[in-house]
Write a protein that binds this ligand. Structure first.
Ligand code: HEM
Length: 148
């Protein structure tokens, strides 16, 4: 009972943090980026990855140590829809992450170089789609908790 409560609290805190980080990344990843700005958003992106990993770990713990038991979830369509949406968010985060690393390395090696506006807009598009799929995860989560 207590384990379920602690895991549920952790899950919610992590999930809200993840969405907040995504929102801040969108604010920081703008056209007039500087080298310190690139370094700062790169560090935040690493934290985003770590928090996403923690969401996965705590989520798996909830499946096995939650009140309903893992059989409830493995036979739930909305659980698998939620897992698929989570995987899509993970995959969508790869191209902007790689791009930010490339940009930072290049800006450090070539003083004065910065990514062009269309390049930044391209990375932002991935983050926007991630945020949209994230909202879908919440829909599946509510359905899954109620046996749909
Ligand atoms: C960004 C990713 C995620 C979001 C936004 C999210 C969101 C949520 C929310 C809002 C709930 C509460 C549902 C409710 O009680 O109405 C929930 C419950 C839960 N989530 Fe997640 N979740 C995420 C990832 C995961 C992952 C990766 C797993 C498992 C591997 C997972 C497993 C669970 C479980 C087991 C519950 C308990 C449902 C119940 O009460 O029966 N979640 N999630």
């Amino acid at each position: 009972m207590l384990v379920d409560l602690v895991l549920a609290i952790l899950h919610h805190l992590l999930v809200f943090s993840l969405f907040a980080i995504l929102a801040v990344e969108l604010v920081w990843l703008k056209r007039d980026l500087s080298l310190p700005g690139l370094q700062r958003v790169g560090r935040l992106d690493m934290i985003y990855g770590a928090v996403a990993g923690a969401v996965l770990v705590v989520g798996i713990l909830r499946v096995f140590f939650g009140l309903k038991g893992y059989e409830y979830y493995v036979s739930s369509h909305s659980f698998w829809a939620k897992m698929a949406a989570f995987a899509v968010v993970g995959l969508l985060s790869i191209p902007p992450t790689l791009q930010m690393i490339r940009w930072r390395k290049r800006a450090e090696a070539e003083p004065g170089w910065l990514p062009s506006a269309p390049e930044v807009a391209g990375a932002r598009r991935y983050l926007h789609i991630e945020a949209a799929v994230f909202l879908l995860i919440l829909v599946f989560a509510a359905a899954m908790a109620r046996g749909y």
